[in-house]
Write a protein that binds this ligand. Structure first.
Ligand SMILES: [Zn+2]
Length: 97
């Protein structure tokens, strides 16, 4: 299963963390269809403003290579974004219950 991403509803367990993001950040990441779990991880790490995001990686290239490991996602050959683990129950992918 791929991670749940906008415009699909946010998984309930991720709403608190995503709610910490400033509206401008949330709007941007939602527009880019960034998975909810990745947004929640950024918020957990304290990256909640545009300035925070701009500081996280030095270059776009670094962001592309570092982000999957740091934010706990992986991209398959067709570009679908998945969580690292193949869990029987995963809220971010809304698998199981
Ligand atoms: Zn998952």
């Amino acid at each position: 299963m791929a991670l749940v991403l906008p415009p699909a509803e946010i998984p309930a367990g991720l709403a608190d963390d995503v709610g910490k993001l400033h509206q401008s950040v949330r709007t941007l990441l939602t527009h880019k269809s960034i998975p909810w779990q990745v947004m929640a991880k950024l918020a957990q790490d304290g990256y909640v403003t545009m300035e925070d995001l701009a500081d996280r990686w030095d270059t776009a290239e670094t962001a592309r290579t570092a982000a999957p490991a740091e934010l706990e996602f992986t991209r398959n050959a067709t570009g679908e974004i998945h969580c690292h683990e193949n869990l029987p129950v995963c809220q971010a992918c809304q698998v199981g219950s």
